[in-house]
Design a protein around this ligand. Structure first.
Ligand code: SF4
Length: 391
């Protein structure tokens, strides 16, 4: 009985977290502030960080470096781990997996796991070639490296005409914890360890990261500083939000940058990406020039080829002129458009995709064709929509 009385007293005395506070997603300083009234020593906060971000615990009860009493006290005050969790998994024949990840408020967000990468990077191509030469060892995993495609918003306001996510409109921004938590959930599912395994992140899922800038950049810091994923293994893609690019240029910790170009001139780009009316290609290029590039770093131009719209050789020549005028190190990733319901485009012909790449390359512009991944489960580029709409 007395024990029960003590517990009750402890619970009543403890500070209550307003409506429950999720600890996952908070930085060291934010954890210290959130738990200030418990007067925890800094090493206790570091133990919590280790549990949240390296061990990827689901409940406070799993924070075994803390005493049971401390865990119960914090939980009784309304705090929880609150990391996003995989609610549903769709598996593609090519090994790609698409997840619906529950954010805790009834909303879900989409994340994609692509073992072996997507072929959009020359380093990946070289590595894929070398790993293909080595037969898989018995008992080894079926992947040697992987790319996780991360969402930054639920839905998107940018309205690119070829994109299924655009059809949702914007439902809401994700928090830093919900962005980094997608990565934690997927790493946990695959038993992947960033220090040991080659894990790349692309912020190219649902949403426009630069329209949710603060949460996006806070998530990047968590991923780098708490989860140990180097920023050089991350790429963020923007549709060309100029103020976001300018802010990005001033960040100390920042991924590599990709510009979702998708047209060789403003007239075509306006028809496929109406955002061009606000910031045209030249505005975007001017902003990108402010980004201080690191050694060997290049800007990526993502170019979704739409059959008969932007996939002719004269468009390739225009892209070459754009890249030359841009006057910064750049490469072009070509993506054959992935079909989706109610999207009024056609796939480019395979020979046109190859000819487009060839035309860029022969004029000195590095160009790569991204392998379509997970088309059968709507995980491919521009296909993320799901299911949010169906719920
Ligand atoms: S392509 Fe990206 S920026 Fe454009 S509507 Fe889709 S999610 Fe938004």
């Amino acid at each position: 009985m007395s024990t029960g009385g003590n517990v009750l007293t402890t619970i009543l005395d403890a500070p209550r977290a307003p409506e429950g506070i999720r600890l996952f997603g908070l930085s060291n300083q934010e954890l210290s502030e959130a738990l200030r009234e418990f007067a925890l020593a800094q090493y206790r906060i570091r133990q919590l960080e280790e549990a949240l971000y390296r061990q990827r615990v689901s409940t406070l009860d799993e924070v075994t470096t803390w005493s049971k009493d401390l865990r119960e006290k914090i939980a009784a005050a309304g705090f929880s781990v609150g990391a996003p969790e995989i609610a549903e998994t769709f598996c593609s024949a090519d090994g790609t997996e698409r997840y619906l990840i529950a954010c805790g408020d009834g909303q879900t967000v989409e994340t994609v796991w692509m073992p072996e990468g997507d072929g959009g990077d020359e380093d990946e191509v070289e590595e894929a070639a070398s790993s293909a030469a080595e037969p898989a060892k018995p008992g080894s995993r079926s992947w040697s490296r992987a790319t996780i495609c991360v969402s930054s918003q639920i839905g998107c306001a940018v309205n690119c005409q070829f994109c299924l996510t655009a059809k949702l409109g914007i439902l809401r921004n994700l928090t830093a914890g919900e962005i980094a938590g997608q990565v934690a959930a997927v790493l946990k599912r695959h038993g992947a360890e960033p220090g040991r395994d080659r894990i790349n992140l692309v912020f190219m899922g649902m949403g426009e990261p630069f329209l949710n800038f603060d949460a996006f950049i806070a998530a990047v810091r968590l991923l780098v500083e708490e989860m140990g994923i180097p920023e050089s293994r991350m790429t963020v893609s923007t549709s060309g939000i100029v103020p976001g690019i300018v802010r990005f240029a001033a960040e100390r910790v920042r991924p590599r940058l990709a510009i979702s170009l998708n047209a060789s001139n403003d007239a075509i780009r306006e028809t496929v990406m109406p955002i061009t009316r606000k910031w045209n290609i030249e505005d975007v290029m001017d902003a990108v020039r402010q980004v201080p590039l690191r050694a060997r770093e290049r800007i990526t131009f993502e170019y979704v080829l739409l059959g008969g719209v932007n996939d002719r050789l004269e468009h390739a020549d225009e892209v070459v002129r754009l890249v030359r005028r841009a006057n910064f190190p750049a490469k072009v990733n070509l993506i054959a458009w992935n079909p989706g319901p109610d999207v009024p485009f056609t796939m480019p012909r395979a020979e046109d995709v190859a000819a487009f790449q060839q035309r860029l390359r022969e004029q000195g512009v590095p160009a790569f064709i991204r392998r379509p991944r997970g088309r059968d489960i709507y995980a491919a580029c521009g296909q993320l929509k799901k299911t949010v709409a169906a719920q």
